[in-house]
Design a protein around this ligand. Structure first.
Ligand SMILES: Nc1ncnc2c1ncn2[C@@H]1O[C@H](COP(=O)(O)OP(=O)(O)O)[C@@H](O)[C@H]1O
Ligand SMILES: [Mg+2]
Length: 288
């Protein structure tokens, strides 16, 4: 147990007040598939998300500051080693800063129907999973628990947070995505799209939450990307394939995951981190 005031638990993280304007974010090994959280934890997943975010915060520090202060704290239970972040508490923007380099998911659905993406026209000849002519900032609202986020236009974002902040958020998001996608491409991973959460501390816009992780992004194996089809997920595909093989109706409670599926998924998360960062997860605190 942690002897700090508990503020919030999301799908993946537990957040505590660490005093003096700081938060302790503890990342669990929970995994969701088709929007349902599975019963089995994925070993090391919380460490992979934490280590991956820490890696990217460093890589993009010249573009934008981050909320990260430390990835360790005295007095925590041993099992939390490697999956905590002490952060500056920010005033979070009420939008999700999504960048899309490839068209898939909800953007593909809209394009197929209307030929647009978040309301803006796109070339007529795109296939599912095509690379976009250039990465696009496609924000969404942050839904209340239980609702789905709603895709919005840049002008809608301006109406919500003002022109100056919206423009800054867009520029920072695009630059961080470009940096990350270029590095990932060299290492055989396509970052199809990603979601950033930005916040303001002392009047400065900073990168918060997690950054360019398998949970906040779609990672595809570059050698399996084929426009006109849905590429496999680099990290979650074993879970998805297993669930699809059962014909589960995607409503809770989820079916139990076999040990092989859990192990295969854990290995994929580890591989994503090691490939992107060029570092070994075994060198990260607490990793097994
Ligand atoms: N530096 C920060 N200051 C304040 N809130 C933050 C900061 N970084 C992340 N958050 C918020 O903490 C929560 C992270 O928990 P998570 O389990 O990922 O939640 P969710 O299920 O809403 O994604 C999110 O609501 C996110 O907006
Ligand atoms: Mg989150």
């Amino acid at each position: 147990m942690i002897d700090l005031p508990h503020l919030y638990s999301g799908k993946v993280r537990d957040i505590y007040d660490a005093g003096d304007g700081t938060l302790l974010m503890v990342t669990s090994d929970r995994i969701s598939a088709f929007d349902v959280v599975m019963a089995e934890p994925i070993p090391n997943k919380g460490r992979v998300l934490t280590a991956t975010s820490a890696f990217w915060f460093e890589q993009v520090a010249d573009i934008v500051g981050s909320h990260l202060i430390a990835t360790e704290m005295d007095g925590l239970p041993d099992d939390m080693a490697g999956r905590v972040m002490v952060c500056r508490k920010a005033e979070m923007l009420p939008i999700e800063c999504i960048v899309r380099g490839y068209i898939t998911g909800s953007a593909w659905k809209e394009y197929k129907k209307d030929g647009t993406m978040h309301g803006s026209p796109l070339p007529a000849d795109l296939l599912e999973s095509s690379q976009l002519p250039e990465p696009v900032f496609t924000p969404s609202t942050k839904a209340e628990i239980g609702d789905h986020d709603e895709n919005i236009s840049f002008d809608d974002a301006v109406a919500l947070i003002g022109k100056e902040l919206a423009t800054q958020a867009r520029d920072v998001s695009l630059e961080v995505y470009r940096r990350g996608a270029a590095l990932a491409a060299e290492r055989g991973i396509v970052i199809a799209d990603t979601k950033f959460e930005l916040g303001v501390v002392d009047g400065q816009l900073i990168l918060c939450d997690e950054v360019l992780t398998p949970d906040s992004s779609r990672f595809w194996p570059a050698d399996q990307w084929l426009p006109g089809s849905t590429p496999p997920s680099f990290d979650k595909q074993p879970v998805r394939d297993y669930l699809e093989s059962l014909g589960w109706n995607k409503q809770p409670p989820p079916p139990p995951l076999p040990a092989e599926v859990v192990a295969a998924t854990s290995n994929r998360y580890t591989e994503a981190y090691e490939r992107l960062s060029g570092r070994r997860l075994a060198d990260w605190p607490g990793a097994s």
